[in-house]
Design a binder for this molecule. Structure first.
Ligand code: ATP
Ligand code: MG
Ligand code: MG
Length: 370
């Protein structure tokens, strides 16, 4: 029996634990939130990420990974040398900070949106013009699901946005007019095996992922280019474990890297039900140095996020669960989280024998989920 420690106990840890158990792997999570999703299927150390006793228990595992990038780098530093930590703290330090991440992506040979680092009032001067006149101001740290971001189209809006975000260190990105968004996970075992997940197409609404679809509808060569970039980043960052790259596909087919998640990714949830290896098992295997090959669904597969929505009367709007369960090809995944507007509380995976049927079923499913 192997044991895997996870920093963070959210839904990704829940699904990592569910994938680990059949492999003979038990999971322990260190997570301060007493109501965190993974509490129900893993041993839950209910303490801050930097708690010495909690870290001692993780250090006794066979390996430690993470499911959340907003873990203090100190927590990983306290574990390194005592237990294999995958990915390493040095990788987390890059991927949790947008400015460092973009520089490290460029160093690895990837292209990003034009950007300016905004750390002081003076950095605002001329910044918007330099990124193309229209942009998105993003806090360098702690943002997710489009939180900590503001779209800006003028210098006045940029100044107001920097004030509204609390004048914390930010990155101003040029606004990218992309054709579509795709993502790809890459895993690298400590023995040096590299394996890729499927190229998945993503649609966002209000900064939150709404749907992911496999296969992505992209020109020939896009998948190979995405894998080439993912491998370059994995090699340059000395990856052990699994990361996911988010890309913008430009009208000519070129790829810009938007950001990198140091872990499994919401867009990879569809791998749970497509018939192939799931991204969760892939991360467990990569982190524990178990054999691993490329993974992808065997069938066209889609995922629809279930996000908390308050109705006009302030009451939560519920998905039509009965209709969803009655549809062909659906699988429901819930995170055991309390309702909050804008919060991801579950997802529905959808499988179909061919791409046209999948599109039809997704069109029928979408109206059932507010
Ligand atoms: P998460 O970590 O949940 O994916 P996040 O808060 O880190 O989200 P981003 O991925 O940076 O946010 O942005 C969310 C979405 O906003 C992107 O997937 C994309 O749809 C849009 N977006 C972000 N940056 C840009 C940009 N520079 N130009 C155009 N659209 C963008
Ligand atoms: Mg992000
Ligand atoms: Mg993102």
């Amino acid at each position: 029996d192997l044991t895997l420690g996870i920093l963070g106990g959210g839904q990704l840890a829940q699904m990592l634990a569910l994938a680990a158990l059949p492999l003979g792997v038990r999971v322990t999570v260190l997570e301060p939130d007493p109501q965190a999703p993974a509490r129900l299927c893993a041993r839950h150390l209910h303490a801050p990420y930097t708690d010495p006793a909690g870290l001692d228990e993780l250090a006794a595992c066979d390996a430690v990974t993470l499911e959340f990038e907003n873990i203090p780098v100190e927590a990983l530093a306290a574990l390194e040398g005592r237990v294999p930590v995958r990915p390493a703290g040095s990788l987390l330090a890059r991927s949790k900070h947008r400015a460092r991440e973009k520089r490290a992506l460029r160093d690895a040979g990837a292209t990003t949106a034009p950007f300016e680092v905004i750390e002081a009032e003076g950095d605002l001067d001329g910044a918007l013009a330099r990124v193309g006149g229209r942009g998105i101001l993003k806090t360098s740290e702690l943002g997710y699901d489009g939180k900590g971001q503001a779209r800006v189209g003028s210098d006045a809006e940029l100044r107001a946005a920097w004030d509204a975000l609390g004048r914390v260190p930010c990155v101003l990105e040029g606004f990218v007019t992309f054709e579509r968004e795709v993502s790809l996970a890459v895993a690298r075992t400590p023995s040096g095996q590299v394996a890729f997940g499927p190229l998945v197409e993503n649609v966002h609404r209000d900064g939150i992922l709404r749907t992911s679809v496999y296969p992505a509808q992209v020109p020939d060569g896009t998948g190979a280019r995405a894998r080439e970039l993912a491998r370059a980043v994995a090699d340059a960052w000395a990856l052990e474990g699994l990361i996911t790259l988010e890309f913008f596909v430009l009208p000519g087919g070129d790829l810009l890297v938007n950001e990198v998640a140091p872990r499994v990714h919401n867009s990879g949830h569809l791998t749970q039900d497509g018939g192939g290896l799931s991204q969760f098992e892939a991360q467990v295997r990569a982190v524990l140095d178990l054999p691993l090959a490329d993974w992808a669904p065997l069938h066209p597969t889609a995922m629809l996020n279930v996000v908390g929505v308050d109705g006009p009367d302030g009451q939560p709007l519920e998905p039509d669960w009965a209709a969803i369960d009655a549809m062909s090809g659906t699988r429901v995944h819930l995170y055991h989280k309390a309702h909050r507007h804008g919060r991801k509380v579950g997802h529905v995976n959808l499988v179909a024998p061919d791409a046209a049927t999948l599109r039809g079923r997704l069109a029928a499913l979408a109206p059932l989920v507010p």
